[in-house]
Design a protein around this ligand. Structure first.
Ligand code: CAA
Length: 385
């Protein structure tokens, strides 16, 4: 059954995240966006509050919460700063989840524990110059040495937390002839000889998250740093992305909600012919449309998270949530700019940032076109054909 009512615990998580977001993240968000400055102090505090390992078991230093609590917190953080939202999402859904699900106890001790408690930060390294949507087309390659260790060579692109992470999950070909069954996952630590990063990308939005390329030149990875089975890396990457897509959907939901609230506040303040523009039907209809889309997006996000919590298959629901919430974020942010008129076009009023930040949610962790493919394939499985 679709869960829309939050439990007391989930409400408490939402309130904690909201308070932290409003008091500690929001005040400096515009400045960080302008400077493209990584929110290091905020990330450290997120870790202290347990927001970087929300779904990780307390046994490994996490908060042991459910996916609904996670999306609720993600929405609150992303509502004020989507850059912080993506840092949080990647660490929780793409790195911690993969390590907890596929890692050995030794890997959990060495990597998951510090990642879940925020002492370290993680990055997920799948995309390459020629492997974006076509993720199986990996050119990064790992060859095994006589002592069982691996030597990694290649380039990764568009890596979130790229310059700031300590632990990198890197996918690479270990047997090109086997197609996607020849891809494996490796844990690479910051500072490994031969491992360097490129300059921080100068992006349209989420400007204070650091995105960059990574280069691996004869990087030696110990045998005990293979994550999961050799040859199962592509499947591991895809399974991990299902949860990641719920994270990005909730980030998009937060952006939409933030843009909507800004539009409501402005419409009550701004007067035309002596009356607030909120009295105009033209504005009321825009707000009505925005609120309707946000409510529908939230239902999809909660549905996907609830299914994950119940250990049911949620591939289709995660893609639906991401597809719809990201579209909603772009549309709502665009309308929020329109409600603000000229003021919406300048930095001082945060809606232009919402619009720039919203666009990436239609691109990363699977473009909207990829989400259509995933949903269509799931439907074919359900209905045959
Ligand atoms: N969940 C679980 N398993 C999946 C899956 C999913 N969503 N999608 C595919 N698989 C499995 C299949 O079941 C299949 O398993 P078997 O080995 O048992 O056969 C295997 O993976 C291969 O599947 P396909 O033949 O369907 O693979 P494909 O090459 O046709 O690709 C795709 C499918 C959906 C297009 C996939 O390539 C894809 O999702 N592309 C998008 C990649 C993406 O989202 N990148 C995001 C980068 S990360 C990022 O953005 C992070 C960040 O920093 C913010």
């Amino acid at each position: 059954m679709l869960q829309l009512e939050l439990t007391e615990m989930q409400e408490m998580i939402r309130d904690t995240a909201r308070e932290f977001a409003q008091n500690e993240v929001a005040p400096s968000a515009i400045e960080r966006d302008i400077k493209g400055e990584f929110p290091a102090e905020i990330v450290a505090k997120l870790g202290e509050l347990g927001f970087l390992g929300m779904m990780v078991s307390p046994e490994w230093g996490g908060a042991g919460l459910d996916a609904v609590s996670y999306v609720v917190a993600m929405e609150e953080i992303s509502k004020v700063d989507a850059s912080v939202g993506v840092i949080m999402s990647v660490n929780n859904s793409l790195v911690c989840w993969a390590l907890e699900t596929f890692g050995t106890d030794d890997q959990k001790e060495r990597f998951l524990r510090p990642l879940a408690s925020g002492q370290k930060l993680g990055a997920y390294c799948l995309s390459e110059p020629e492997a974006g949507s076509d993720a199986r087309n990996q050119n990064t390659a790992a060859t095994q040495n006589d002592d069982g260790s691996w030597t990694l060579n290649g380039t990764k692109n568009w890596i979130t937390n790229g310059t700031s992470a300590d632990v990198y999950l890197v996918y690479a070909q270990t047997n090109r002839e086997l197609g996607h069954k020849g891809i494996s996952a490796f844990i690479v630590e910051k500072g490994a000889p031969g491992f360097t990063h490129g300059v921080k990308e100068d992006k349209l939005g989420i400007r204070s998250s650091d995105t960059c390329s990574l280069q691996f030149q004869d990087v030696r990875v110990p045998a005990e740093n293979v994550l999961g089975e050799v040859g199962r890396g592509f499947n591991l990457a895809m399974e991990t992305l299902n949860g990641g897509r719920i994270g990005i959907a909730s980030q998009a939901l937060g952006i939409a909600q933030g843009a909507f609230e800004a539009a409501v506040a402005y419409s009550k303040e701004r007067k035309v012919l002596g009356k607030p523009i909120a009295d105009l039907q033209a504005i009321q209809f825009k707000l009505a449309d925005m609120a309707t889309k946000i409510a529908a997006a939230r239902a999809l996000v909660y549905q996907a998270a609830s299914k994950k919590d119940k250990h049911e298959r949620f591939v289709k629901e995660a893609s639906m949530a991401k597809l719809f919430a990201s579209k909603t974020a772009v549309e709502v942010a665009l309308e929020a700019v329109q409600v603000h008129g000229g003021y919406g076009y300048v930095r001082e009023y945060k809606v232009e940032r919402y619009l720039r930040d919203a666009k990436i949610t239609e691109i990363y962790e699977g473009t909207s076109e990829i989400q259509h493919i995933v949903i269509a394939r799931e439907l074919q499985k359900e209905f045959g054909g």
